[in-house]
Design a protein around this ligand. Sequence first.
Ligand SMILES: [Ca+2]
Length: 479
Amino acid sequence: MKRIFSLTIAFLLLFTACAGTAPEELPVETETVIPVETPEETTREDIPDNLPERDFAGKAFRVISVADRTYETAVEEYTGTADNDALYDRNLRIAERFNCSIEAVSHVDPVVSAINTATAGTNDYELVSIVNYKSGKVITSKSLLNWYEIPFVNLEMPWYVKFINDSATIHDKIFTATGDMAVTSLTFTVGMFFNQKVCGDYGYTAEDLYEMVDNNSWTIDNFLQIIDAIYVDINGDGKDDINDLYGYGGSVFDDIDIWLPAFDHAVTGRDENGNLTLALNNEKTVSIVDKLVRLIHETQGSNVKGTWQAQEFFAQDLLAFAPIRFHDCFGTLRDMESEYSILPVPKWDEAQQDYRSTLTDEFSTYGMVKSVPEEDYEFVGILFEAMNAESYKTVFPVYCDIALKGKYATDLKTAEIMDRIISSRSFDAGFTFGAEVLGLVPYCVRDLVVKKSTDLASMLAQKENIVTKGLQAINETYS
Ligand SMILES: [Ca+2]
């Protein structure tokens, strides 16, 4: 229970952090924006969405979500900030094109609402926005429709996040899908940020670090060696306490989860029949736990004491490296004085083919409740496709190119690395179902690391029944 409790607190804290940076508080002022011309942006605009002409006679496209995610569906007005106004303009264009309205409906628990709505058979909204790690129960309760049955939704188009939707597809069915309509699918991506001042003081320029990435030597072992040498007893009290300067800082929750994908290690796989299976039970898993115990507990330059303060320490020049979400570029890092830049999360070893980044499992994903009337499938399909396509064309470039690159990043190499991080992301269905259906099994690694234990076998044995039942429920839902 303690573990569940601490996880719950962790998630609550994350949401508290998110709530403080709603889009109206993300002032990317238009006059400070340096226009960035990218060939990619032109290309994006040029890709047709292949949607038909329709007049929906003022019909409302209603999307239910938690309060701090309503901005992904609709913002209320122009505020003069580029990101907000891009979202506002997106909806104006779509509403005019199809003669409809787009309405964000706030609810304290959209998952419970979706299950109840499906049971009651009422027509309350067109789309439910679900925080990804909370989607296990609503999926296995069979409350949602299969997106492949909805006309005009083409999940192969670039405005959907293919690597996430592939992870959510089992037996050719997908009940929750995400795309660029979910701003959080971009902003919850994690990079290994580095503080250029602190790294520079220790002899590592940005160019040195980029070169390590390029020449395939940005590995966990080299990373441990670098951060181990970065420590200063700043407050001179003779103790390595929370306010000293360290090479690395992060939480002992989500920030441990990022290393599994970074080391190209899956939580779940598929068997020969296409069923979801557990893949977190081999020798490499144990080796990874062992390596992370070294990172968290046995490295002088590692600070995990201020679990939810790594971004603040980073911004105060008290950390050289920290795993940070792009989201924090709009918040804690916004007024940071020292320059920073981004790297992929280090890989396992030089033999690993690619750097792999991930995103924290709280991004928004979307479902259609089964009680949506069949005659509305076309309306919902067209609007979902249009919302994702328009976001891809006009919202993501604003968030990426203006908010992150134009104002915050200092060089083209940073932009290149960021694109590389985005295109190399992976995501595992284990984290979609882990919290609600699979007995928190994806979090075994972080739990073992915190306990300084490599006894994965015992931990998995304790969870065997719940994982077996959970996998059965998932596979039966998708069969
Ligand atoms: Ca100290």
